[in-house]
Design a protein around this ligand. Structure first.
Ligand code: ADP
Length: 442
């Protein structure tokens, strides 16, 4: 049966849940549709934290100006300055908003590209993504958002050039949801090889760190509406992701001394060059993967590695020869590669690949290997919005009744997203989308 509401939110990740709660708390009737069986989307996968400046939990000289400059620099100045300004100015507020709704963001650390500690995350060892999704799911239910999982938006409908709802599919049958405003919060397209390979052919063969629902449905939904997009080819990849399991191995493992070898047991790249270079070089290797190789010294230097060990991702052996046999590399070649690399590390000069930073020679047993390959991580581009989360068409006009927030939008991150900025983006603009939609339907 067809249904009627004030505002329909499409997508139940961090952006959609935030928008739905905000709109509901401001008095609107809200239906949220989520195509997967569970809420959370890519937001559940977030492990870093939420960047915010001038918050109650920081104890340093951080400012919104610094946060602004770091974000613009990280995005190679390609970011939409007005969106970034809104992002940083509302970051402290959103920490309070989320905290008041049950999230734990009391611990503050630092991620790449930040000049002060501003990455907020739970203190209790909880992962930040699941912590936020848990809190927001409960809150949404409590305030009376009508949540419909396994319900996929398949069309955005218009009447007299105004958005008037969506058509959804549930269990193979379709029905219409009449709404005065639609908020798109469907996330990115990092799990649609068809879409990302078309936009950037260099990504052919890449895996993904994204959840199965990140298929860029919004790009199909907006096709007939003439909606504008920005930065569509800005796609962030990560070079060291465990195939099939899609677990990302942090760059710090290489930073602390690990090397990368091919299936032949040979180094093939400066392991610390930029993500795109390492990814590209790995794809040239047999099987399109590589092996991260390190020793007990590296393991002891980095807490994250204990996590990988617990997840069963490490192959461990008491000698290099045994390690090579276990992961099917030539023992002779791997031994020779490590010996050569250790020589470079002692001399402080990598004659093969000019790696600058060689923290320690790999000499302390046991030795470890992890098979990794490049994967798509975040899609920076998307629907063009302004700082009211209003959506624009290709002629530069506002599409009345349509709002968007989160990874489905483009512009906030420019050419490169800083770690910790996604959670800020989706919650700040999710909340704004909720507010703007409520204003619009008044
Ligand atoms: P964000 O971080 O921007 O909130 P997420 O990936 O966390 O993005 O959440 C987006 C959510 O939208 C996912 O849970 C995804 O399954 C859902 N979604 C994607 N396409 C549709 C669709 N066509 N209909 C309903 N939900 C969708």
């Amino acid at each position: 049966a067809d249904v009627k509401t004030d505002i329909v939110v499409v997508g139940g990740g961090g952006a959609g849940l935030t928008a739905a709660i905000e709109a509901r708390e401001k008095g609107a009737d809200v239906i949220l549709v989520e195509k997967m069986p569970i809420l959370g989307g890519n937001t559940t996968y977030a492990t870093g934290g939420l960047n915010a400046a001038e918050t109650a939990f920081q104890n340093n000289g951080d400012t919104t100006e610094l946060f602004y400059r770091d974000t613009m620099k990280g995005g190679k100045e390609k970011n939409d300055a007005s969106l970034v300004l809104t992002l940083v100015e509302q970051s402290s507020d959103i920490v309070n908003w989320l905290t008041a709704r049950g999230a734990d963001l009391t611990d503050v650390g630092r991620m790449g590209g930040a000049s002060e500690n501003r990455t907020h995350r739970p203190s209790g060892g909880d992962k930040v993504g699941p912590n936020i999704i848990d809190a927001l799911s409960k809150k949404a239910e409590e305030v009376g958002v009508d949540i419909r999982t396994l319900t996929s938006a398949v069309e955005i409908t218009t009447n007299n050039n105004k958005i008037d709802g969506i058509v959804v599919e549930e269990n193979g049958s379709r029905y219409k949801i009449d709404a005065k405003a639609v908020i798109l919060a469907t996330g990115g397209f990092g799990n649609s090889p068809e879409k990302f390979e078309t936009l950037d052919p260099a990504l052919k063969g890449f895996g993904t760190t994204n959840h199965p629902g990140a298929t860029g449905d919004a790009l199909d939904l907006i096709k007939d509406l003439g909606v504008a997009t920005v930065d569509m080819t800005e796609i962030q990849t990560h070079p060291t992701v465990v195939p099939v399991r899609n677990t990302m191995i942090t760059e710090a493992v290489r930073g602390n001394g690990a090397i990368l070898v091919s299936r032949k047991g040979k180094r093939f790249v400066n392991e610390l060059s930029t993500r795109d270079v390492v990814s590209e070089a790995t794809l040239q290797q047999k099987g399109k993967t590589a092996f991260l190789i390190f020793d007990q010294g590296v393991r002891e230097s980095l807490k994250a590695i204990e996590g990988y060990a617990k997840m069963g991702l490490l192959t461990e052996a008491s000698s290099v020869e045994e390690l090579a046999k276990k992961v099917d590399l030539s023992p002779k070649d791997l031994e020779a590669s490590i010996k050569k690399y250790n020589g470079f590390a002692s001399a402080g000069k990598d004659k093969d690949f000019a790696r600058q930073n060689m923290k320690r020679p790999l000499i302390k047993a046991p030795f470890y290997a992890v098979e990794v390959g490049p994967a798509v991580h975040h899609t920076m581009g998307g629907i063009k919005i302004d700082n009211k989360a209003q959506v624009y068409n290709k002629s530069g006009e506002v599409v009345e009744g349509l709002f968007a927030a989160g990874e489905v939008t483009g512009g906030v991150h420019g050419a490169n997203r800083l770690g910790g900025n996604a959670l800020t983006d989706i919650t700040v603009f999710g909340r704004i989308a909720g507010d703007s939609a409520v204003e619009y339907i008044k």
